[in-house]
Design a protein around this ligand. Structure first.
Ligand SMILES: C[S@@+](CC[C@H](N)C(=O)[O-])C[C@H]1O[C@@H](n2cnc3c(N)ncnc32)[C@H](O)[C@@H]1O
Length: 382
């Protein structure tokens, strides 16, 4: 039963229809069908509950649907999940064993607003988050601005990743740097998340090279009375950065090698937590030359560009490991929402082991590759 429940809950954000049938004598309904329904404002989950003669409808949000599923699963011997691309059937046999069958489907009847559904985000639509309103992500009545939906998803996912890591830790205060903060949607939201959602006092500095955005962000921070949030004009590749103790470094789409400077700073200061979503990984693409087994990727511009971007982030992940970090490489948001969708999430867990850098150096040397993070560490004699 647990397996059935688990499969349903894992897909509660992405199912098309779930049918509970072949009921036990003490079930309230002989059949239940769960569906996604597009309401005026958002998508909700509807249960169609069949008795012998009647059908009763009840609507749920995602959390309520999860509770409902927990309650009803034990009363049915047949559960079929229609997902987009796959139909998974569970049949509970008389001996209690479960027979599972998976069949491909063509995913024709996709709920039109599947991507616009009311997923249980950490930062919910409708929540009073002034920064999201002022930054144009929410409307005046706290609805998501349509054109900002992808940004809203990105920020939510980023905060979820931070939350997943930090909720296990017993923190009362945290200091954080945001490299290439730009308009600082993420920075403001992290401030809100720590102070309002987690009741953790926070001190954040956002760095960006653009004076106008930094001035604007400082004004917004002052408007909210966010005393411990400030923004500084800084070229992170040149300027001296904070010398305070820092617990966390974040970078969201810090262009090209700006990400390397963020990682370098974190490594040198032994910053415990790093959350970095790189983008515009041009550096390796510009320097890579044919050199061995991977030459096949260098024959066409498109492959070369993608291969170079992957190699860049793979190298960064390996360097972080060598520097004593446990690293997760996470698909940050769906590729359909943004191609810049790889997050490097790292936690400092032990001392560095520089011998682990040798194979990386050898590989990059073979292909004539310049890689800023590695070069920065070499300058430090690491
Ligand atoms: C694509 S934007 C991302 C902004 C923001 N993090 C977000 O995700 O909405 C990249 C930002 O990095 C900044 N940037 C690029 N190179 C930089 C550098 N060397 N020092 C500081 N900021 C830099 C740019 O000015 C820009 O605002």
């Amino acid at each position: 039963m647990q397996r059935v429940l688990q499969t349903i809950l894992e897909n509660i954000h992405a199912f098309q229809k779930i049918i509970f049938s072949d009921y036990l004598p003490n079930a309230s309904y002989k059949k239940i069908v769960l569906r996604l329904v597009q309401g005026k404002e958002h998508v909700y989950i509807q249960a169609e509950q069949f008795t012998q003669k009647q059908v009763f409808h009840v609507n749920f949000d995602c959390n309520q649907a999860q509770e409902y599923v927990h309650k009803v699963v034990p009363f049915y011997k047949q559960v079929v999940l229609f997902l987009c691309g796959q139909t998974i059937s569970f049949h509970i046999l008389p001996n209690g064993k479960i027979k599972k069958h998976i069949q491909n489907n063509t995913c024709e009847n996709v709920v039109p607003s599947l991507h616009n559904r009311n997923k249980t985000y950490l930062l919910q639509e409708g929540e009073n988050i002034p920064a999201l309103r002022d930054l144009g992500v929410f409307t005046a009545d706290n609805k998501i601005v349509k054109s900002m939906y992808d940004k809203y998803k990105q920020i939510n996912k980023f905060v979820e990743m931070v939350d997943e890591t930090l909720k296990k830790e017993d923190l009362t205060h945290i200091t954080m740097l945001d490299f290439g903060c730009g308009k600082s949607y993420l920075t403001f939201i992290l401030y809100y998340y720590f102070t309002v959602k987690r009741n953790i006092s926070v001190h954040i500095i956002g760095y960006d090279i653009k004076r106008d955005v930094v001035e604007h962000c400082n004004k917004v921070a002052q408007t909210y009375g966010y005393k411990n949030l400030r923004f500084e004009v800084s070229d992170v590749s040149k300027d001296t950065l904070s010398e305070e103790h820092i617990d966390m470094v974040v970078s969201l789409h810090a262009c090209n090698t700006a990400t390397d400077y963020a990682l370098h700073y974190a490594i040198m200061k032994k910053v415990p937590y790093i959350f970095s979503v790189p983008c515009c990984q041009h550096e390796i693409n510009e320097s890579i030359q044919k050199g061995g087994d991977f030459d096949i990727f260098l024959k066409h511009g498109l492959f070369k560009e993608r291969f170079s971007a992957l190699l860049t982030d793979a190298v960064r992940a390996e360097i972080l490991k060598a520097m004593g970090y446990a690293v997760d490489v996470i698909e940050f948001v769906d590729l359909a929402h943004s191609p810049k969708n790889v997050m490097l999430r790292a936690k400092k867990v032990h001392a560095s082991n520089t011998t682990m850098l040798l194979p990386i150096k050898e590989l990059l040397g073979k292909y004539g590759v310049q890689q800023t993070l590695l070069q920065l560490l070499e300058k430090e004699n690491i």
